[in-house]
Unconditional design. Sequence first.
Length: 246
Amino acid sequence: MIKKAPLGRFLSGNPYPNGLTDGLFYREKMRAIHRVAPTETGGFGRVLEIGGGRSGLASILYPEAEIVTLDIDPELGEHQPSWARSTFICGNACSLPFADGSFDIVTLFDVLEHIRDDRLAAHEALRVVRPGGYVLISTPEAKWHYPYFGAMKRHCPHESELMREWGHVRRGYKDPELTALFDRPPERRATFINPATAFFHDVSFSHLGRRRRKVLYALAAPVTAIGYLMHRPSTRGTETAFAWRK
């Protein structure tokens, strides 16, 4: 049996050094993932993190589990985060080198939008999860855009530049598209990055210098804090975390 880390401990593992400003969007993602992830699960105590070459999130989320990290980039095996307690395997999400039912949980955190044959990747994830296990994903909404606020456009890179840099092959997904990929609705979903917190996300990836970002963060902090604290799993957001149970 593997148990999920308490929320506070999980959030404290935010890899961004300024987790309440530049890294607030990542903190929001972590909270959404924590909301949909099962509290505990029996089985082998094994978790597969697909595309987790730099994140190590599964290690923080399930600190007592045996973690296997799979990424298509072999160089990431040499640059695993210090907190990751995982075995690294270079491999393709569309052809997983594991037997059926090998894992209790498979994660695809911000991965599917980078894979052309996403249906095959979803099929493979379900194949290697044991009966009763979970597939956890996070992904942008299909209507996501950057920057969220038009007034920030002159201070931000064009979203097409970011999507190229991040390796997106699609913007994101509508819920029915993901239901079709996994052949069933998710058991749980939780959104993140709402209109009140999206400004911090815009500033974080902007061309603005550190001093100007600090000023904007300070000015927007009261509204952003309220937006963060009041965000519920069903609140309108630009990205979503999902859980499917096999």
